[in-house]
Design a protein around this ligand. Structure first.
Ligand code: AMP
Length: 618
């Protein structure tokens, strides 16, 4: 979708700045962009360092804040002031997390178990939103440093199972960090986009996204259709991941080196050293079949086979979740077209093999599994920036949406630049007595006359019960959902009959076309205004002619001949002037007709009133 700003003073169009994609993870976070030259999604990193920024915040003496790798280094030394896994607390109350209280080494406040949690650091209290915003601020400033430009707009990813409160919390964190969060997208959707799945129009596929990180496991089953991602089901385990693989290896290392597990646990620095060693061994075993090393002066050797035997039950657990997700989506493994691997722990060969065997197909694992979500977010950001001409997703409506009213005028229901999802409704009525149907024509564009805009759809609301003109109440409502699909509903409120159609406003419009339509509306603005005024005058005149004709027909008996003659000639001249381009002439003829009909209309009204009062006591 093109987001085009118009500079009101010059009328020129302004292109948007770069929008970044952010994976705000439980363990690590990162930023990606579409590289301006290679046009490829690229994770941002400083020279040789990693693109991953640990999602960890440390509060030092006098409250100085560090985020990332240096904060991670303080996890063991200063656990009370080092906040990790804050994503697990987003949008949660203490009741939601109390069973896992011991997981958090910092202080999670429990004074009000129903309200959203707060974290206490020293004598200060922080919400998860504030803590996440500190991580986002760090990401923003790193990105600005690398890109040498201001970064103010972002797409941020969240797990597919995040509810509205959690999504809103993520948005708020972004805003607090000084980012305009243009879109929150699901992590599995982003991962699929990174593999190019869902980027082609008319693609219809069912995808499984298997995401095994350091501490969490998620499986999502998605259906993609015409660029729209629908989450069919999700499953997982919020406390299962690579950290558990590490624990298996810690035990194996203790066994092989004859280090007593209890002694190790009591010695924090030894425990940390063995845990780090275990993780290193695990990574080695992703490509080697045996690892030999030393810890605490003791030698050990661990084979891939031993490691795999130790973690088999954990990998099997993830497969049980996959089966459940498929069951919930009412699908068999044979109905899955693509399997996408996400998360650092999918590098473990046993994980890949087991998943591939379960789904009976080759899995997508070519991209860096730590970066794939952020890369997809960057693709989405690029689409929102209007750079990806092939694939237009909506975030705001680039052009106004409305319906045709009398005289071919555009009646705007949703103005351009409205944030979606959005809805609007307006009431209309019939022009003729007993009119059984009403044509609803939906248009997109900025011009006053529909003939200059783009017709999106047309339908008839039929079955309106016979009523005098003006009596039916037809409510036309527009609803644009988050996927940019417009639903147009017309309902006659007195009888309840209704009709609904679905329109894709964006379909087939390129950025250039949108730009041209906007430019045309600016260049033709004054001409359009004149035309609108003329059409409105004509419409008013036509209605006036019809009602007056009806009136004299019905009330002939009560009118003087002269009155009838005068009215007829005023009607004739109004009809003649209708075809002229002169709105003022039309108005003055309407006025003239009014002058003639007013006296007898009032007289007849008085008669009608006194008739209806007869016999009634006041
Ligand atoms: P994530 O939460 O997606 O960043 O995943 C981090 C997890 O991936 C940690 O448990 C890492 O130990 C694990 N990981 C990273 N590299 C490898 C590797 N080469 N082999 C196995 N696990 C890895």
């Amino acid at each position: 979708m093109a987001k085009i700003g118009i500079n009101i003073s010059t009328g020129s169009l302004q292109k948007e700045e770069m929008i970044v994609g952010i994976d705000l993870g439980t363990t690590n976070s990162l930023v990606a962009i579409i590289h301006p030259e290679s046009k490829k999604p690229t994770a941002l990193k400083e020279h040789d360092s990693s693109s991953l920024v640990p999602s960890i915040v440390h509060f030092g003496e006098s409250n100085q804040i560090t985020v990332g790798e240096s904060a991670k280094g303080l996890l063991v030394a200063d656990p009370e002031n080092t906040i990790f896994s804050v994503k697990r607390l987003m949008g949660k109350s203490f009741n939601d997390i109390k069973d896992r209280g011991s997981f958090f080494t910092y202080k999670v406040i429990d004074d009000d178990t129903e309200r959203l949690v707060k974290i206490q650091v020293g004598d200060r209290f922080y919400s998860p939103v504030e803590l996440s915003s500190l991580i986002l601020k760090e990401l923003k400033s790193r990105a600005e440093h690398i890109l040498k430009t201001a970064v103010t707009k972002a797409v941020i990813t969240v797990p597919a199972y995040f509810n509205d409160a959690q999504r809103q919390a993520t948005r708020d964190a972004g805003r607090l960090a000084g980012l305009d969060v243009l879109r929150i997208i699901n992590e599995p959707t982003a991962a699929s986009l990174a593999y190019g799945i869902g980027l082609k129009k008319e693609e219809e596929k069912t995808i499984a996204v298997y995401d095994l990180g350091g501490g969490t496991f998620d499986i999502s089953i998605l259906k993609i259709n015409n660029g729209i991602f629908e989450v069919l089901s999700t499953n997982g385990d919020t406390y299962l991941g690579g950290d558990d693989f590490d624990q298996v290896l810690v035990k194996l290392i203790c066994k092989k080196t004859a280090i007593d597990e209890n002694t190790m646990r009591a010695d924090k620095s030894l425990a940390q050293a063995i845990r780090l060693k275990a993780e290193w061994v695990k990574k080695q075993l992703s490509s080697a079949s045996i690892v030999a090393d030393m810890v605490d002066g003791e030698k050990f050797e661990i084979t891939k086979q031993e490691f795999e035997k130790g973690i088999q039950h954990l990998v099997d657990k993830t497969i049980t979740c996959c089966s459940q997700a498929l069951k919930d989506a009412n699908l068999g493994t044979d109905q899955i077209d693509e399997v996408v691997m996400v998360g650092g722990s999918t590098r473990t060969p046993l994980v890949k093999e087991t998943v591939s065997k379960f789904f009976n197909r080759k899995v997508h694992d070519d991209l860096n599994p730590d970066e794939v979500v952020a890369l997809g977010a960057a693709i989405q950001a690029d689409i929102l920036a209007g750079n990806n001409k092939e694939f237009l997703l909506l975030d705001i409506t680039p052009l106004s949406l409305g319906i045709e009213t009398m005289g071919g005028l555009m009646d705007v229901l949703i103005p351009r630049n409205s944030k979606i999802p959005t809805k609007a409704a307006r009431q209309y009525t019939t022009q003729k007595d007993g009119q059984p149907s009403m044509r609803i024509s939906v248009f997109q564009g900025e011009r006053d006359l529909v003939q200059h805009n783009r017709k999106l759809a047309e339908f008839n609301l039929t079955g309106i019960p016979g009523m005098p003109a003006g009596l039916p109440k037809v409510e036309v409502s527009f609803l644009i959902n988050a996927d940019g699909i417009l639903l147009v509903k017309a309902k006659e409120l007195r009888s309840g009959i209704e009709q609904v159609i679905e329109v894709k406003p964006q379909y087939g419009l390129t950025d250039e076309e949108v730009e041209n339509m906007l430019l045309a509306s600016i260049t033709n603005a004054s001409e359009d205004m004149k035309l609108r005024a003329l059409v409105e005058a004509r419409t008013e005149a036509i209605q006036m002619i019809e009602t007056t004709q009806k009136f004299i027909e019905k009330n002939k008996a009560f009118l003087e001949n002269e009155e009838i003659e005068n009215t007829k000639s005023a009607l004739d001249s109004l009809t003649k002037v209708l075809s002229s381009e002169d709105k003022d002439a039309i108005h003055s003829h309407i006025e003239a007709l009014n002058e003639i009909s007013k006296p007898y209309a009032e007289r007849l009204m008085d008669i009608a009133i006194s008739k209806s009062m007869k016999g009634k006591k006041v």
